[in-house]
Write a protein that binds this ligand. Structure first.
Ligand SMILES: [Zn+2]
Length: 100
């Protein structure tokens, strides 16, 4: 679903209905401004990563792979082979770990 990032105001494709930020950068920025990221407390910055943080990171990696996959068809021709390798490589690694 499309949501508006509460930090930078951009429209982004949210995986979860509770998503508030378009990126880790904005999530971090919101935290720095003193706004809690999750209703039950601030993120565990510096501490052990939560399962949700790991899932977020994986979803971002998959989104990046998809983005490069799209760019492999639409970018200037010189860049396409490299972008395809980045996309395929990321997907390969994520699949290899059994996470896709
Ligand atoms: Zn944002």
């Amino acid at each position: 679903m499309e949501k508006v990032c509460s930090v930078c105001g951009c429209v982004f494709e949210a995986k979860r209905s509770t998503a508030k930020y378009c990126s880790n950068r904005c999530r971090q920025r919101a935290f720095n401004y003193g706004k809690p990221v999750v209703p039950d407390g601030p993120p565990s910055l510096g501490g052990p990563a939560t399962f949700d943080e790991c899932v977020d990171a994986l979803n971002e990696a998959i989104a990046v792979a998809n983005r490069f996959g799209q760019l492999a068809n639409t970018a200037p021709r010189k860049l396409r082979p490299g972008f395809l390798r980045i996309s395929d490589g990321l997907v390969y690694l994520i699949k290899k770990e059994g996470w896709l």
